[in-house]
Design a binder for this molecule. Structure first.
Ligand SMILES: Cc1ncc(COP(=O)(O)O)c(C=O)c1O
Length: 389
């Protein structure tokens, strides 16, 4: 294929709009893709294994293991099942989180119970979660929102006191460090997403990290139709014909083709994160003095930033977003709190005052891995011209 002979794609034009997300897909990714296609084994195989090994190496895992899946949502679904969660159980997670988590909990037959968040890191409020623990509670899912670490040590202490599993939603935090160790390298279970807009993408994809070898086997069966002892052969681009099916299972595996995109991306992850950190620090330096505006962080040294989230006065948010749009700068909102969605309306059990306030204030500004200087300036100019004119 001469796809790879193409010159590098030009940076996304900032003459028109500045999108919230711009996935980086360069010639290096095309080369990995065409090489993977040439192998002739498109399904889960050796490249899936290579991606898992590279994730483990990047996260600095010791006696911890990676199981790749086709999405972050499926990663959480099988992590919950592998942890033994099912009908009659309860799992606590913030309402201020992506609905994927709440859906994955419900898919196991368990009930999702929503807690509040802390004002500063917008991560799970440990006291709020503690107040919701009852005899049916089995697990807590804290989120590292925007890549900023939540109070994970306190979550683990709480969980240990009550014998609960902790399944960290690390979908925003691939490369974030806590006490100099990458999220995923310690703790209980974590899951990541490699969806199209994440720091690294495999188009769609995800993974679970665990230190329990039995859990690894359960996860491997759950991701591929409950088939036993199939992974070793698949990882050699082969299939077993005398397999047994020993549990429930799904078609949640990551294919060689998707994994090849992930491999190309993880090779450049440090470059992507460094670029994003530098942009976030410039944004925070530019915005922190604006009266009424709140930045999450000034220093991003330990953060692998997935999005740049800013808080503005709630009564001015709509006008602010319109103002940016008129200048060609897109903005997003993370998140609509899940308890406000129809399907989850009845799941609210406790007041969530911080969540209720914050969701009216948050605005997600454009942040790209290789963001052009012009795009950065347009975002800063867009924000300043709203507050200073
Ligand atoms: C916080 C959070 N959790 C879970 C997910 C689900 O991941 P995926 O889209 O790969 O299924 C996402 C993806 O957007 C996310 O942002």
């Amino acid at each position: 294929m001469n796809l790879v002979e193409r010159p590098p794609a030009p940076p996304v034009s900032t003459e028109g709009r500045v999108p919230v997300f711009v996935p980086y897909v360069g010639v290096d990714t095309l080369k990995h893709l065409t090489d993977a296609l040439d192998v002739g084994w498109l399904g889960m195989g050796a490249t899936t294994k290579e991606f898992e090994e590279r994730i483990a190496a990047y996260l600095g895992l010791r006696d911890r293991y990676v199981v790749c899946t086709n999405t972050g949502t499926s990663a959480l679904h099988i992590a919950l099942l592998a942890a033994g969660i099912g009908p009659g159980d309860e799992v606590i997670t913030p309402s201020f989180n992506y609905v994927a988590d709440h859906q994955a909990v419900r898919a196991t037959g368990a009930d999702v119970v929503m807690c509040d968040i802390h004002e500063d890191d917008l991560g799970l409020d440990v006291a709020s979660a503690a107040s919701l623990i009852g005899p049916r509670t089995k697990a807590i899912i804290p989120l590292h929102f925007a890549g900023v670490p939540c109070r994970i040590a306190a979550v683990h202490e709480l969980a240990a006191r009550h014998g609960l599993r902790v399944i960290e939603d690390a979908c925003h935090a691939f490369g974030t460090t806590v006490d100099s160790a990458k999220v995923g390298s310690a703790g209980d279970l974590q899951f990541f997403s490699f969806d199209p807009v994440k720091i690294i993408t495999s188009i769609d994809g995800g993974c679970v990290v665990t230190s329990d070898r039995d859990e690894v086997e359960r996860l491997q069966r759950l991701r591929l139709l409950g088939v036993d002892k199939d992974t070793t052969l698949r990882y050699q681009n082969k299939r077993a014909w005398d397999y047994d099916v020993v549990s429930e299972g799904f078609r949640y595996h990551l294919t060689n083709i998707m994994a090849s995109v992930g491999v190309s991306q993880i090779k450049r992850v440090d470059e992507f994160i460094a670029g994003r950190r530098a942009v976030c620090e410039r944004f925070s330096a530019a915005f922190e003095q604006i009266p009424g505006v709140r930045v999450m962080r000034r220093d991003y040294a330990d953060v692998s930033p997935f999005i740049y989230s800013l808080r503005v006065p709630a009564r001015r948010r709509e006008a602010f977003i319109d103002h940016l749009a008129a200048r060609g700068v897109d903005a997003g909102i993370h998140f609509v709190p899940v308890h406000r969605h129809t399907y989850f309306a009845g799941a609210r059990r406790t007041p969530m005052p911080v969540t209720e306030r914050v969701v009216g204030e948050v605005v997600t500004l454009p942040l790209h891995s290789l963001m052009s200087e012009r795009a950065i300036e347009r975002v800063i100019e867009g924000v300043w011209s709203f507050f200073f004119s």
